[in-house]
Design a protein around this ligand. Structure first.
Ligand SMILES: Nc1ncnc2c1ncn2[C@@H]1O[C@H](COP(=O)(O)OP(=O)(O)O)[C@@H](O)[C@H]1O
Ligand SMILES: [Mg+2]
Length: 215
């Protein structure tokens, strides 16, 4: 039962409850098995990447280390994190992730495929990456394209509280991003369409135009 637990945060796909000062319970709304995600988090954590420690998995529930600090998105809105600092953090996190040794038996590099400011918590020990549901092996430029595309979607949607800083962020990110954020952009669009369960590219097109510098 989660009714008597304190709801800390709700994302698009999961609700996160405080269990105590050191642990949270993340309840995914539609995934009924997050054991693969937990294994991948344990692996990247074991090779030195900043992720919360996972303590237990029950179906779609994950009990993990509670992180203290704002998400990078919250930090950008409050001004606690400058656009330049955020871009340095995000490009650094992508570079470090893609430099990790591949998964045992894996082909290609480990990709997060949803690495954007709402999935980074800025803690005292530095930025920590959450929400590894989409992670898998692949080609780093795809991950970089997705980060840029997701931020460009925020920048072109006035409904987002941080649309203005996100626009500045996109420009700085594209200038500093590792690899080539455009080379696998078509594939990134297809991945995002599936992630958001969209019927077509209509919702993605303004973001792609924004990335290509058309305003
Ligand atoms: N380990 C954690 N410690 C503290 N807060 C967390 C933790 N994991 C997630 N959160 C909070 O819950 C929110 C939603 O979690 P997330 O895994 O990103 O789910 P979603 O798929 O819904 O985006 C995050 O943006 C963050 O604010
Ligand atoms: Mg998230």
């Amino acid at each position: 039962m989660t009714s008597d637990l304190e709801l800390l945060a709700s994302g698009n796909e999961a609700d996160v409850y405080a269990l105590n000062d050191c642990r949270v319970l993340r309840r995914h709304r539609w995934m009924d098995d997050v054991s693969g995600e937990a294994e991948l988090m344990a692996y990247v954590g074991s090779v030195g990447y900043p992720v919360p420690e996972v303590f237990a998995v029950h179906g779609g529930d994950m009990e993990m280390e509670r992180l203290h600090g704002p998400t990078m998105a919250q930090g950008l809105i409050s001004g606690e994190v400058s656009v330049a600092e955020g871009v340095t953090m995000l490009t650094g996190l992508l570079r470090r992730l893609h430099a990790l040794p591949p998964l045992p038996g894996g082909t290609g590099r480990i990709l997060h495929l949803d690495l954007h400011p709402e999935n980074v918590v800025v803690t005292e020990r530095g930025p920590v990456v959450i929400d590894w549901v989409n992670a898998r092996d692949g080609e780093p430029d795809l991950d970089v394209a997705l980060s840029a595309l997701i931020m460009a979607m925020v920048a072109t949607d006035d409904g987002y509280e941080w649309a203005a800083p996100a626009g500045e962020f996109v420009d700085a990110f594209l200038a500093a991003a590792p690899g080539d954020p455009f080379r696998r952009l078509d594939e990134a669009m297809a991945v995002r369409r599936r992630q958001l369960r969209l019927d077509d590219d209509t919702a993605l097109e303004p973001a792609v135009r924004r990335m290509r510098g058309v305003r």
